[in-house]
Design a protein around this ligand. Sequence first.
Ligand SMILES: Nc1ncnc2c1ncn2[C@@H]1O[C@H](COP(=O)(O)OP(=O)(O)OP(=O)(O)O)[C@@H](O)[C@H]1O
Ligand SMILES: Nc1nc2c(ncn2[C@H]2C[C@H](O)[C@@H](COP(=O)(O)OP(=O)(O)O)O2)c(=O)[nH]1
Length: 226
Amino acid sequence: MSKLFRAVIMGPPGSGKGTISERIAHSFGLKHLSSGDFVRENIAAKTEAGVLAKTYIKKGLLVPDHVMTRLLLPRLEEMTKYSWLLDGFPRTLAQAEALNSACDLDVAINLNIPLETLKERLQHRWIHPPSGRVYNMCFNPPHVQGKDDITGEPLIQQEDDRPEALVARLRHYKDVAKPVIDFYKAKGILYTFSDTETDRIWPNISTLLSTKISTIQSDARCASTH
Ligand SMILES: Nc1ncnc2c1ncn2[C@@H]1O[C@H](COP(=O)(O)OP(=O)(O)OP(=O)(O)O)[C@@H](O)[C@H]1O
Ligand SMILES: Nc1nc2c(ncn2[C@H]2C[C@H](O)[C@@H](COP(=O)(O)OP(=O)(O)O)O2)c(=O)[nH]1
């Protein structure tokens, strides 16, 4: 049985986490776990964590660490038999330490994208809230403008994707992300990718994961033959 592969992907709003996570899940057969999707599911199900989370999201704030960790860690326990990529968690050092006590990670992917690029992308980002599917009028437009490709339901633009909201979000992101980046750098598993185009970053991420995943599988084969 080959060893499982676990990774997280981090980056500021609009950096391409969701876009790249879908490509990784498709190319490497990893489960794409999105903290945003888990939050939306809990809000829709009106769970205690969901009701609490909604009050923070409405103010454009991050959900408090203890709520987010309580919401997320049980979902990871359902995934003990799968290789996965976690998108959108951890976002703080407390979350990274909570995750570290629950499982070992093989890779932490960090997207370093210029502010102007983020602003440009988010101005054209449209989402289908029930599914979390993401579109961009310049990069991956829907077949029918304003409509989700799968359900035909209306797409919306997120309030806090507006340029004036973005600067504050990015400043907050930088403050809370740096300790997480340093945490994974100290563990020797941080890989940072800087560019303005996902299509240029993707081959480098794909090469890294191909190398890492085949190394893990060959180590597991060696271990099983000894
Ligand atoms: N790890 C987390 N810690 C705290 N809050 C979170 C976390 N993940 C998601 N959330 C909350 O859920 C909301 C929705 O998450 P989601 O990742 O879909 O949106 P987002 O943060 O706007 O993502 P993006 O980086 O694509 O802009 C976030 O705005 C945040 O309030
Ligand atoms: N123009 C352009 N747009 C891109 C590129 N990569 C992703 N996008 C789009 C998709 C989204 O509408 C938006 C942000 O991407 P995302 O995957 O939602 O980012 P994230 O917020 O999950 O980190 O930008 C890209 O390389 N070029």
